[in-house]
Design a protein around this ligand. Structure first.
Ligand code: T46
Length: 138
């Protein structure tokens, strides 16, 4: 069945709260993600009017976390669009392949951690929205 944008939801990440008030620790183990992590990168110092993304991936899957601050991820499956706010370090957003994404409304100090399923490959990117929709239409 083709992916519908409403299938994409935030995933809870395990949080271990220190009983002596030393704060929290969150952990991502291999069973949380449907892929093996091959690369990690992070976005930071993004101006409040800046946008990141604006493309889809042919194969790459990724898991985004707002380690600090907040930002919105606009998701588009070629027919429907919705926006999800990431603002907690113990919630992540899994984005499968074939989903157009735009990241916007970064708060001051926001850090977006991205765990991804493959090494960097520019050929995996679809950077033209018209190409994306035409692939989606088949
Ligand atoms: C995504 C969003 C959330 C590299 O050399 N290696 C890398 O691993 C990456 C991710 C990028 N780059 C280079 C390629 C460009 O020259 O860094 C430059 C900026 O990349 P890009 O314009 O793709 O950055 P974003 O923030 O628009 O997109 C990135 C990821 O590329 C993308 O997969 O989903 O973050």
């Amino acid at each position: 069945m083709p992916l519908h944008i409403n299938d994409l939801q935030l995933t809870e990440i395990k949080k271990i709260s220190d009983p002596d008030g030393r704060g929290n620790l969150s952990v991502i183990e291999n069973d949380v993600l449907p892929f093996e992590i091959k690369r990690v990168y992070y976005l930071y110092d993004v101006p409040s009017d800046g946008t990141r993304g604006g493309h889809a991936h042919k194969e790459l899957q990724q898991f985004l976390i707002a380690l600090s601050g907040s930002f919105d991820v606009v998701l588009d499956d070629g027919e429907n669009r919705r926006s999800i706010t990431l603002n907690r370090p113990n919630k992540g957003l899994l984005i499968p392949s074939g989903v157009w994404r735009e990241l916007e409304n970064f708060s001051a100090g926001a850090v977006c951690l991205s765990l991804v399923s493959a090494e960097y490959d520019e050929n995996d990117y679809i950077r033209e929205y018209s190409e994306f929709t035409s692939i989606k239409r088949g």
